[in-house]
Ligand binder design. Structure first.
Ligand code: SF4
Length: 195
């Protein structure tokens, strides 16, 4: 009887309501992607590439972020290239691996992205920061159980060194020994590790 009450209260909890709302919003966002001419995997890849720093815009990092296989991601990237939304370049760090870039046409798609509309609505509410913190904590718990990377923002990383120099690259990554710009601070990274 006690366990029945516990499961009843869980079914009616704010947590369950929030989880169902997240599921439904995700479904509506995916419908918006289809309406704009991209399948959800293509739209998610484009969003990722616009947010990821230069160390993380690779097919392997994208596969890790999406929890997908390299083969599936390869098909997604071919489709985005054919639509003129991304380019591939040789990685300046090693000259061999590939770095992916969103083209102006890809950025144009993201300008009308339904995710941005949702973000504006959340921002207008009274608890945007608390909501983002709670969702991030939920994501990290989810990933910890399944083994995955959080892809957090660079400035939250234990390897981020603030204000090392002036100029275009005032910050520094102690892990990769690379300079970081102010724009890099808020980009997400494959290697991000909590401090
Ligand atoms: S400081 Fe951390 S998050 Fe930033 S580039 Fe280095 S490893 Fe990535």
């Amino acid at each position: 009887m006690a366990s029945m009450k516990k499961s009843d209260s869980l079914l009616n909890s704010s947590g369950v309501r929030a989880a169902h709302l997240i599921e439904r919003l995700g479904r509506l966002l995916r419908a918006g992607d289809h309406a704009a001419g991209l399948n959800p995997a293509q739209a998610e890849a484009l969003r990722y590439l616009a947010r990821a720093n230069r160390f993380s815009r690779t097919p392997a990092a994208l596969a890790e972020y999406l929890g997908s296989t390299r083969g599936t991601v390869s098909q997604t990237l071919l489709a985005l290239e054919a639509k003129g939304m991304i380019d591939r370049k040789a990685n300046a760090r090693d000259g061999r691996s590939i770095m992916l870039e969103v083209t102006p046409s890809g950025m144009e798609f993201l300008g009308d992205d339904p995710v941005r509309m949702l973000a504006r609505t959340i921002e207008a509410g009274s608890a945007a920061s608390r909501l983002a913190d709670d969702l991030e904590a939920g994501l990290r718990t989810f990933l910890a159980e399944r083994g995955g990377r959080a892809f957090g923002a660079c400035h939250t990383c234990r390897h981020f060194r603030l204000n090392q120099r002036s100029g275009n690259h005032p910050h520094h990554c102690a892990l990769l020994d690379e300079p970081l710009s102010d724009a890099d601070r808020s980009m997400i990274c494959l290697e991000q590790a909590d401090g």
